[in-house]
Design a protein around this ligand. Structure first.
Ligand code: NI
Length: 396
């Protein structure tokens, strides 16, 4: 007689076409962060027929589907993000985006499809599991300070013992996964600095305070924080992305607005950076008779994988793919992912799903206008996450 896992895999294989078609449909109809109306409605419609308990929300998009064995028992959660990006798609696929200027350029269509397939397969099993499963379809990942928090505030982690998720990854071929112990992705914070001077005639600079000159020194000095105040063994990034100020060539500018991002992989350093920035800006503005405002917005924390959960997941992945196809990624990356909010509260693991195809058509980097996910990667993602969930239920 077939084991539970064998039956689960048979169910997943029978759903492969459905999952691929669903992914293509989402790809054709992408929606931006916090605008996932149709995406949420479609997932709800498909899953409503499966017998899973569905919860949607007034305050935000996204939904939760649950397979309830016993209300008093805990949950294992799997999470997918569902939003797209403001990018004009340039792939050659027949299911190219119909929403001009919006594109699934990060593979969240694939993540949603993988989770949908797993949810449907578990629903088909009709076998009492050891505890409950929660499938989290999360909106607004791309903005890094909304979606995961919205879901958590709506109760997504209530009674959850462990959570798992994945991200499509064009730097590994289809058939492989990448894992990482400890910090996998950086924290991602945003800031705005307003440098305030005093305008005057450009020919009479001594009567004003030149906000542009002050800003130039602030920009320079901020770039010294990482190189001179932070231990080089702990990577950090302070990047300025926008600078705006000034109205006329012959008028001293009275204020400049700067916007940027901070990335770290160390919690303590992350906490120290705003103060380092404040002191730097304060010293310069004071000496130049200017003033400033620093608005620092803590976004997603680093994605910190739990060792036992990585072991559990990789153990399953090695049985499915072979150990040679489970790649230890070793180094973290300075990109952010709001899965970090979940891992801040409960143990779990996040992995990379290799999605670069043999013909190289799905090997463009994330957020590239030609990015796409190899359809063959979906089954691998489904099997790895589904068997991880099954194993995690066993070990609760
Ligand atoms: Ni993404």
């Amino acid at each position: 007689m077939a084991t539970l896992k064998e039956r689960l895999f048979t169910a997943l294989e029978s759903l492969n076409t459905t999952v691929i078609e669903f992914r293509h449909h989402l790809h054709e109809h992408p929606e931006l962060s916090n605008e996932e109306v149709e995406t949420t409605a479609l997932i709800k419609k498909i899953l409503s027929e499966s017998g899973l308990r569905i919860t949607t929300y007034e305050a935000h998009y996204g939904l939760i589907a649950e397979l309830i064995v016993d209300e008093s028992k805990p949950f294992i959660a799997l999470r997918a993000d569902i939003d797209a990006l403001p990018i004009d798609e340039r792939t050659l696929v027949p299911y190219i985006s119909e929403n001009r200027g919006i594109m699934h350029a990060c593979g969240h269509d694939a993540h949603a499809a993988v989770l949908l397939g797993i949810a449907l397969a578990f629903a088909q099993l009709q076998t009492p599991l050891k505890a409950n499963l929660r499938f989290i379809f999360q909106p607004a990942e791309e903005v890094l300070d909304a979606g995961a928090q919205q879901m958590i505030e709506s109760g997504a982690l209530e009674n959850v013992k462990a959570i798992f998720g994945l991200h499509a990854y064009p730097y590994l071929p289809t058939g492989q996964i990448g894992y990482k112990y400890g910090v996998m992705l950086a924290s991602a914070d945003m800031f705005e600095i307003i440098i305030k001077g005093k305008s005057s005639h450009g020919a009479r600079p001594h009567e004003g305070v030149d906000a542009i000159l002050v800003t130039s020194m602030v920009v320079n000095s901020l770039n010294h924080i990482v190189s001179r105040q932070i231990d080089p063994l702990h990577p950090a990034v302070i990047s300025l992305g926008t600078i705006e100020g000034g109205k006329a060539a012959n008028v001293l500018c009275d204020h400049v607005v700067l916007k940027g991002t901070v990335r770290t992989v160390n919690h303590e350093i992350r906490k120290q950076i705003p103060e380092m920035m404040r002191l730097t800006i304060e010293g310069i503005t004071k000496s130049m008779h200017a003033s400033f405002e620093l608005n620092y917005n803590f976004g997603t924390p680093e994605v910190l994988n739990d060792k036992a959960m990585v072991d559990l997941l990789v153990g399953e992945a090695e049985r499915i793919l072979g150990s040679e196809n489970c790649i230890d990624l070793v180094d973290p990356v300075m990109g952010g992912e709001d899965f970090g909010f979940y891992l801040e509260q409960i143990p779990g693991a996040f992995i990379r799903l290799g999605s670069c195809s043999d013909d190289k058509e799905s090997c463009y980097s994330q957020h590239n206008s030609r990015f796409n996910v190899d359809d063959d990667a979906l089954m691998i993602g489904m099997k790895v996450l589904a068997s991880t969930a099954l194993k995690a239920l066993d070990e609760l």
